[in-house]
Design a protein around this ligand. Structure first.
Ligand SMILES: *Cc1c(COP(=O)(O)O)cnc(C)c1O
Length: 355
């Protein structure tokens, strides 16, 4: 009855180990919906990587609210990616020594050190993302302030780079130059979205720096072939042209079947873009052929025997209605159909790790 993520366990674990082996200092990122796997499962898998002696000492979460989800399932350090702000509630004292804060403004550094003089932290340097981060000048001031707080544990500089086509090397070189100038004892760079070649080149150019790649997507979701998403067919209704169905009292444009499948808005199943070319001429041509998209049916992420099917109406909360025109093979109640999802926006009813 479920929207199910089925994981080929041996293949997925082999991929995780491969990424860990080729990225020393790896910082697995577990945030949001846990890339579809849940935060708890990613924390356990991170522990598994460490237990297998990979160089993984820190797990990153997105927010302070996510700390409890991972802290009991993973024994190492936890980096919080969202920068600390004065309005963040103090971390549970039992956890405080394991938490590494991200500090992205000089004033916040001052406030954090006042509240927690022995805080562990990384200083975030601004990048072309323009999301969070200090300028070189602020970092310099931060270095001066930190020299007056010997109890603070500064774990490095953090950079969040855009996902981009071109090279990041010029930008990272500029930032590391400004980091060295800040004289804040920063010798570790926590980085995102660098290619393996860029990491290699940076390690060669900056031998005094240790690079720690924060990786989420290409770690957990990097081998899509190990993952399969399916929904259950819950009901099948034959319809004739003109039959009424659904919440909105739509009529079937031609004969076929209305299918009810598991998965709806609560799982993150959304409407897809209308199919094909939507120019007036194209719509007229589709209409002439009796195309269903021309009468307002939109593409769904469900496919049956390799053919992507149309929603009969917008997804419901936990189920969706599809229209399968006459002539196509009709699945039976209980059959599984494939679903294409955005893993970072999907909540599965069940996650089955096989093997
Ligand atoms: C989400 C995030 C990452 C990981 O990004 P992926 O594209 O999933 O690898 C790294 N750093 C920061 C600051 C992030 O917010």
């Amino acid at each position: 009855m479920s929207l199910t993520l089925t994981v080929d366990g041996p293949r997925w674990r082999a991929h995780l180990e491969d990424v860990a082996r080729t990225h020393p200092g790896l910082v697995p990122v577990a945030k949001g919906n846990g890339y579809g796997f849940t935060l708890g499962r990613l924390a356990r898998k991170t522990q598994w990587l460490a237990d297998r002696e990979h160089d993984v000492t820190t797990l990153a979460v997105g927010t302070y609210d996510e700390l409890p989800e991972v802290a009991s399932r993973w024994r190492g350090d936890v980096l919080v990616l969202t920068p600390w702000r004065p309005f963040v509630e103090p971390v549970d004292p039992a956890l405080a020594r394991r938490v590494v804060h991200t500090v992205s403004r000089y004033d916040d550094l001052r406030a954090l050190l006042a509240a927690e003089p022995e805080a562990r932290l990384v200083l975030e340097h601004a990048t072309s993302m323009r999301r969070h981060g200090m300028t070189g000048r602020e970092l310099w001031d931060a270095g001066a302030l930190l020299r007056k707080h010997p109890g603070a544990r500064v774990e490095g500089v953090a950079l969040h780079l855009p996902l981009q086509q071109g090279s990041h090397l010029g930008e990272v070189n500029r930032i590391l130059t400004s980091t060295v100038a800040a004289d804040a004892g920063l010798t570790t760079a926590w980085v995102s979205h660098l290619t393996d070649a860029e990491l290699k080149s940076l390690s060669a150019s900056w031998p005094d720096f240790t690079f720690r790649p924060r990786i989420g997507t290409s770690l957990w979701l990097g081998d899509r072939g190990a993952l399969k998403v399916t929904a259950t067919v819950l009901d099948v209704h034959p319809v004739e042209r003109g039959d009424v169905f659904g919440y909105r009292g739509r009529t079937a444009p031609k004969s076929g079947h209305v299918l009810v499948v598991s998965g709806g808005t609560a799982h993150g199943i959304g409407l897809e873009a209308p199919t094909g070319d939507q120019s007036v001429k194209a719509r007229a041509a589709t209409l002439a052929r009796g195309g269903l998209d021309a009468i307002g049916f939109v593409r769904s992420p469900y496919s049956i025997e390799g053919k992507q099917r149309l929603f009969a109406e917008p997804p419901h909360m936990q189920a969706s209605m599809l229209f399968v025109p006459q002539g196509a093979r009709v699945p039976e109640v209980g059959d599984q159909v494939d679903v294409r999802v955005r893993y970072t926006a999907t909540t599965f009813d069940r996650i089955v790790v096989e093997g």
